[in-house]
Design a protein around this ligand. Sequence first.
Ligand code: ADP
Length: 392
Amino acid sequence: MWFWISLILLFASIGVHLRWKSRFRRAQSDIAGLERLQQLMQEEHARDRDREHIRQQTIFDGMLEGVAILDSQGTVQSSNLAFRRFLNITQETRGRRLDECVSHPDIPRLLERLARDGQVLGMEIILPGPPVRVLQANGNRLSGDQLTLLVFHDQTRIKELERMRKEFVANVSHELRTPLSLIKGFVETLMGGAVTDPVQAQKFLQTINKHTDRLTYLIEDLLTLSRLEGGQVSLNRKPTGLAEAAQQVIEDLETRAREQSVQVVNLIPEEMTVFVDAERLQQVFFNLLENAIKYGKVGGTVEIGAKSMVAGGVEVWVKDDGPGIPEESRTRVFERFYRVDRARARDTGGTGLGLAIVKHIVQIHGGEVWVNSEIDKGSTFHFTLPAESEAG
Ligand code: ADP
């Protein structure tokens, strides 16, 4: 009997032991699984954080503005590509004071103002270059934080446009004032009754007339240029005979050429056709030929020629045997109001806008314009016109 009871108890305890052992094992594997899961989640979080960091840095680096975050000591915590490019910084900025990264006299001033006022608005920093760059710095302390957000805007282009606009206004005012004051002077003299000789009075009136014409040309050229620059010109492109277009202009300027005893020769092959706005093309020919006659040699020859280019399109030229253009002026003659010899150019009644108009017309046709010149030998103005298929 006791034997049987002991045997039953033994089996029962073995059974309980085995059951607990398997439960324990299961619990153990459950815990290991949980730990693994936790680890996987942590890894995923870290990856998310990395991805977010890379995303933020990419956005940060894609910004046109130069951005940096500084701590209260002026130490860079992070900066974007534009910031480092603007300030020409090639080394790591993180952990270094901004005035150590950039040696510019305005940077310590900027840090000082940030530390004192907690902000800087519209501070202009000029970097010597080349090329010279104008930056505008704005800094603000981030609220509830010891960090400062510093943003640099590149103002170089805006400043350049501002300078050009001011220069243009000054030039236009000057160009308008000169003939106006001459006109006023002659009118006042005539009104004063001091000129009694009718021949003399007639001369005065002719001078007044000449200067009014100059004002009219100037205003017409200004309007043309402003339309061309403002992109308001729609081209009426058609297949146009090049030689014929040039011939028309030669005839229009015949009297002027005769006055200067200049012989104009049209060497453009008869059959050459271009796909252009004929009226605009004639304006190009007119301005170039008028200059060649005006600035060329008295009794000289002007040639107009053209050839097909290997790459397609045509190259046209207007060649004179005048005094030539000094090398340093050869690109500048296409600028508004630029004149090689100011006194002479004004004397010949020029507006200083003819070549700027030529350049714009050629460019909107998709071509290029340039001048080759040799002092005392002459100048050749060239321009290209794309082939019909290339023209937009
Ligand atoms: P302008 O009305 O003064 O002629 P342009 O823009 O047509 O203005 O020309 C600019 C300047 O370029 C002229 O003032 C002149 O000094 C110079 N220039 C233009 N064409 C010639 C040329 N064929 N030979 C020498 N100088 C020229």
